[in-house]
Design a protein around this ligand. Structure first.
Ligand code: SAM
Length: 218
C-alpha cells in the first residue's frame, strides 16, 4: 500500500511484530527535541551538552536495559525486505553502545559508528570503528556513505543529505514504534530530508523501519 501523503510503500507487518508497551508519548522531551531538530530548529551547544550528559549516564546499562534484539528485529527486516544493499559503507549516526554494529556484524562490508557520547561508544564492541562526533556537524566528506543508518536517533536532515551518496539509502528505525522517545514517523523523516524521497516502511519486532532513497528527478 502506498501512503497518499508520503509516497512511501507500506509493506505488511512482519509476522513476529508485536505492539510496544506504552512508554513515551508525544509530550516526551526527547520527542519534542527530535521533531524540532528535524524541522529546522537549530541544535545548540546546550542541546549537545544535555544529550551527552543523559547518555553518558545511561551508557553502562544501555545494552542490558535496552536489549539488542529489539534493535536487531526491525534492522534485519529492513535489510531483508527494504532492498538496502549490504555492500558499501554503512555510516551509523547515534550508534550508542553498538546494537546496530552487533546486528550487522558479518552482514555488511563496512560499518562506521558515530556518537556524541564517548561513554556510549566505549561500551560498543572492540572491533567497531568508532568516532565521537556531533551529527549536527559531521567530520565526514560529502557523498561518503552508501547507507546512513539511524536507530532511535535524532535526525539532522542537512548532514544526512550531505554525507549520503546521490544514490544512497537512509535506514530509519524506531524500535518501540511511536512509543520510542526519539521518534518520527517515516513520512515525517522523508518530509524533513531535503528534496523528494521514495521508499518503503514496515513494522517488525516491536518497532518500525523505513528505507528511503532520493526520488529520481523527472
Ligand atoms: C536512544 S540512543 C540510541 C543508541 C543506539 N542507536 C541504540 O539504539 O541502542 C541515542 C543515541 O544518539 C546519540 N546522539 C544524540 N544526539 C546526537 C548527536 N547530535 N550526534 C551524535 N550522536 C547523538 C546519543 O548519545 C545516544 O547514544
Amino acid at each position: 500500500m502506498t501512503s497518499p501523503t508520503s509516497g512511501l510503500v507500506e509493506l505488511p507487518r512482519h509476522p513476529d511484530y508485536r505492539p510496544p508497551e506504552p512508554f513515551a508519548g508525544p509530550g516526551h522531551p526527547m520527542r519534542r527535541l527530535t521533531r524540532a531538530t528535524a524541522f529546522g530548529e537549530s541544535w545548540t551547544r546546550d542541546d549537545a551538552a544535555r544529550v551527552t550528559e543523559v547518555f553518558d549516564e545511561l551508557a553502562p546499562s544501555w545494552s542490558s536495559d535496552h536489549v539488542d534484539p529489539l534493535k536487531a528485529a526491525p534492522l534485519l527486516d529492513a535489510i531483508d525486505r527494504g532492498g538496502v544493499p549490504t555492500d558499501g559503507r554503512w555510516i551509523e549516526l547515534g550508534s550508542g553502545t553498538g546494537a546496530g554494529c552487533r546486528a550487522l556484524d558479518g552482514r555488511v562490508d563496512e560499518h562506521v559508528s558515530l556518537d556524541l557520547s564517548y561513554r556510549m561508544l566505549a561500551h560498543a564492541p572492540d572491533h567497531a570503528l568508532r568516532v565521537q562526533a556531533d551529527s549536527a556537524q559531521l567530520p565526514l566528506a560529502d557523498d561518503t556513505a552508501d547507507v546512513v543508518l539511524m536507530i532511535n536517533m535524532i535526525l539532522f536532515p542537512l548532514e544526512v543529505d550531505r554525507i549520503l551518496r546521490p544514490d544512497g539509502f537512509v535506514v530509519w528505525i524506531n524500535t518501540l514504534g511511536d512509543q520510542t522517545p526519539i521518534h518520527l514517523p517515516p513520512a515525517d523523516v522523508a518530509a524533513a530530508l531535503p528534496g523528494e524521497w521514495t521508499g518503503c516502511t514496515a513494522e517488525a519486532g516491536t518497532g518500525c523501519w523505513a528505507v528511503l532513497r532520493r526520488a529520481a528527478a523527472s
